[in-house]
Design a protein around this ligand. Structure first.
Ligand SMILES: Cc1cc2nc3c(=O)[nH]c(=O)nc-3n(C[C@H](O)[C@H](O)[C@H](O)COP(=O)(O)OP(=O)(O)OC[C@H]3O[C@@H](n4cnc5c(N)ncnc54)[C@H](O)[C@@H]3O)c2cc1C
Length: 465
């Protein structure tokens, strides 16, 4: 049974699948704070690092702890809703609950209330994991990312110090928080270091075990009547300009998705990319038409709900389809293209495709949430989060896959494409987030998921399946 637990706990959604199950020295599945403390104490007494596992849906392999000897603490049995407060609009939950599970409980009491962060993986990703990757859904444009929806976090560090970080009630600033801990010396040091909710967001499990989270819950917005439209572009620079101008005009789209490239004949003939699928409040109809009319090489088509749903369905299911010949692979998730780069969209795609070509990966499909929103460091970024699938070469090897990924990370860093380097590729040592997390682990202990901050490329490449 213990052996089976070690094997199962190593599985995850990333390309980094090859983990030695024997490196998971002990697996804990605590159900309460006492058991979390016992798991941490075991690791400390045996001088082992700890990797926390949520739903295993992260795409960077961060929840694996690599093949280093370690203790794994899984949040799978920490699923309780501890408090639901509709008057003040919050829920206090344990970290292992998923957005779907939380929303089911909320809606049993009030059907029109919701916790808003819903990544496509909302049925498996846990709130602790989503906070640790600062995830968002395709409604991030309106709802923000996880950190925008978090009010307080309880964290337990490697020395079993409990630290509570709470947003100040009178302001929404995630950098201005109240920090409390029974360890007053640590409390003071964290205050002096300006430790904040922004630090915990996207921290990939290196600061400690997130044991409780207080999140905002809200009523569903009253958008009034909705309109539906497709926007087609003759070229990719026009496509980027559409996103750029929608952001500039702050249009409150309730659904914004795009198909950037589709080399599948079936998808291409039905959708004619590059194209957008939009849903927005009807009162913004004139504004939408005016914005699009002013962008050359662009066509706006108002559609009915049935046509909208048909193309939306093709877009949602795109990633599940293989090319007519061969197989697809997702080498790299989550290209964040924003700012002036949107106006050079053609060049961005050309550079990405050229990098893929060096490793014989053929571009297959590219699609994404647009406009969307994410954080880089403490900065809020607005742009397109684009996903990509490639057709893999017949004789592909582990080295080819890994070298391709590393080259794509370098291409992104050179072009200023994010969030991959910080959000989905947390191993990159050149980022501000990496530096900040390294500093904070000096205060909180360096034994939570240390491989994330100090692994080598060789170690990562060994993990590619
Ligand atoms: C099909 C699919 C669709 C996806 N769609 C989206 C999307 O739309 N938007 C998006 O943002 N992401 C998306 N993702 C990525 C993924 O779901 C997120 O990264 C998710 O937030 C990770 O949550 P998890 O519980 O699975 O965490 P895991 O993968 O288990 O862990 C992720 C990181 O969090 C740490 N961690 C987990 N729990 C805790 C805790 N309690 N305390 C401290 N550290 C912890 C782990 O150590 C690890 O570093 C998708 C993934 C898949 C497979």
């Amino acid at each position: 049974m213990e052996k089976l637990r070690r094997i199962i706990i190593g599985s995850n959604a990333s390309i980094f699948q090859k983990i030695d199950p024997d490196s998971n020295i002990k697996v804990f599945t605590p159900t309460n704070e006492l058991e979390i403390n016992e798991a941490i104490t075991f690791a400390r007494e045996n001088n082992l690092p700890i990797t926390t596992k949520g739903g295993g849906s992260g795409l960077s392999g961060a929840c694996t702890g690599a093949s280093r000897k370690k203790v794994v603490i899984s949040a799978m049995r920490l699923k309780k809703v501890l408090e639901l407060n509709f008057k003040d609009g919050y829920a206090v939950v344990e970290p292992g609950i998923t957005p779907d599970e939380l929303n089911e409980i909320i809606q049993q009491q009030k059907a029109n209330w919701k916790f808003f962060i819903a990544p496509s993986s909302r049925d498996i990703a846990t709130l602790g994991g989503i906070l640790s990757t600062d995830g968002g859904g395709n409604d991030a444009w309106l709802a923000g990312t996880m950190v925008d929806n978090v009010l307080a976090v309880e964290l337990i560090d490697y020395n079993n110090n409990k630290i509570i970080v709470e947003q100040l009630e009178d302001q929404k600033d995630k950098l201005k928080v109240k920090i409390t801990s029974e360890n007053k010396e640590l409390e003071k040091k964290l205050q002096e270091a300006n430790f904040s909710l922004m630090d915990i967001a996207g921290s990939q499990g290196v600061l400690g075990f997130i044991s409780k989270i207080k999140v905002e819950i809200k009523t569903l917005p009253d958008t009034g009547e909705l309109s539906y439209a497709f926007v087609h572009c003759d070229n990719l620079n026009a496509f980027g300009k559409v996103i750029y101008d929608l952001i500039e005009n702050d249009i409150p789209l309730t659904y914004g998705e795009s198909i950037v490239q589709a080399e599948h004949p079936d998808i291409a003939t039905k959708t004619n990319p590059p194209m957008f699928i939009f849903e927005y409040p009807r009162k913004y109809n004139d504004k939408m038409i005016e914005i699009i009319k002013n962008i050359p090489s662009t066509t706006f088509s108002k559609v009915d709900l049935e046509e909208f749903e048909k193309i939306k369905d093709i877009r949602i299911n795109m990633a599940k389809r293989n090319p007519p010949e061969g197989y697809q692979i997702a080498l790299f998730e989550g290209y964040g293209i924003y700012g002036e780069n949107l106006l050079r969209f053609e060049e961005m795609i050309k550079e990405i495709n050229e990098t893929l070509g060096k490793y014989r990966f053929l571009p297959f499909i590219k699609f994404g949430h647009a406009p969307s929103l994410w954080h880089v460091g403490n900065e809020k970024i607005k742009g397109l989060i684009m996903h990509s699938r490639e057709i893999r070469p017949t004789n592909f090897t582990r080295d080819l896959v890994f070298n391709g990924i590393v080259d794509l990370v370098e291409t992104c860093e050179r072009l200023g494409i994010t969030p991959k380097p910080e959000h989905k590729w947390p191993f990159s040592k050149t980022t501000v987030k990496h530096k900040r997390l390294t500093e904070l682990t000096k205060l909180l202990g360096t034994n939570f998921n240390p491989f994330l901050l100090d692994c080598t490329l060789e170690e990562l490449s060994e993990m590619v399946f």
